[in-house]
Design a protein around this ligand. Structure first.
Ligand code: ADP
Ligand code: MG
Length: 241
């Protein structure tokens, strides 16, 4: 579904991503972990070309995102849902309006249908009763669940998450992880940058460990957490576990 070839990303003289070649299969859940500043967010943003790679290629369903025009890129991006650390909901719209906006505007879905789909998604994330509330009336965990429902409303092929729980109070982390766990069980292809090692261990098909601008090692969670092979990963796990 996603193929990354010799991806490099520089900001001025700072080479943040040095040379990354990996792929994501349909239905796979990848958890990207690694120290702060490793380039994880930059990497995730290169997957949908929110950051333009300096060199290398990123293919999504066979299309080279680094080669196509903006219109084509925007069409493909619709199939890539993204959820960030911050909630990025529109504060002047209530929950269901937030969710149905993009399907109506971008995909020309009739309002009634967008509303129905939106309500189903709100049920899925356990927030149907909050449809008419405004973002500032919700807790952080609820906002993040709405952000997930909003991304799902575009019916994406893949969901990209960048530390979706790291801005949350601890007691709200689980409600968001549970929604993500259910999504993974439903077969969604997911790339998740996270510091939640329990989640990564339990839900990921593959761990990609990133440090110093490289994916230093990849592996199944059981193997990676029990027997990391790279020195950088050993060092990282020793610090956090
Ligand atoms: P991580 O998500 O693993 O903490 P980031 O991808 O956010 O790492 O950052 C990696 C490096 O890239 C950092 O040195 C950061 O300062 C730099 N960086 C990220 N985004 C930009 C940007 N827009 N402009 C300049 N430097 C950036
Ligand atoms: Mg980051």
């Amino acid at each position: 579904m996603i193929e990354i070839q010799n991806l490099q990303k520089k900001f001025k003289n700072n080479i943040v991503l040095k040379d990354i070649t990996e792929h994501v299969d349909k239905g796979q859940v990848i958890c990207v972990i690694g120290p702060s500043g490793a380039g994880k967010s930059t990497f995730l943003r290169c997957l949908n070309c929110l950051e333009q790679p300096t060199s290398g290629k990123v293919f999504f369903e066979g299309n080279d995102l680094t080669k196509i025009n903006d219109k084509q890129l925007n069409q493909l991006r619709e199939k890539m849902g993204m959820v960030f650390q911050g909630f990025n909901l529109f504060p002047n719209m209530n929950v269901i309006e937030n969710i149905k906006l993009a399907p109506m505007k971008v995909k020309n879905i009739p309002e009634k249908q967008a509303e129905e789909t939106g309500m189903k998604l709100l049920e899925k994330v356990g927030l149907a009763e909050k449809a008419k509330q405004y973002p500032d009336q919700l807790s952080g965990g609820q906002k993040q669940r709405v952000a997930i429902a909003r991304a799902l409303a575009m019916d994406p092929e893949v969901m990209l998450f960048d530390e979706p729980t790291s801005a949350l109070d601890p007691e709200m982390v689980d409600e968001v992880l549970t929604v993500m766990h259910d999504l993974a069980d439903s077969g969604m292809t997911m790339v998740v940058v996270t510091h939640e090692m329990g989640f990564a261990h339990e839900v990921a098909d593959q761990i990609w460990f990133m440090a110093d601008g490289y994916i230093q090692e990849t592996g199944k969670p059981d193997e990676f957490f029990a027997h990391p092979t790279s020195d950088r990963a050993k060092e990282f796990l020793k610090k956090i576990l």
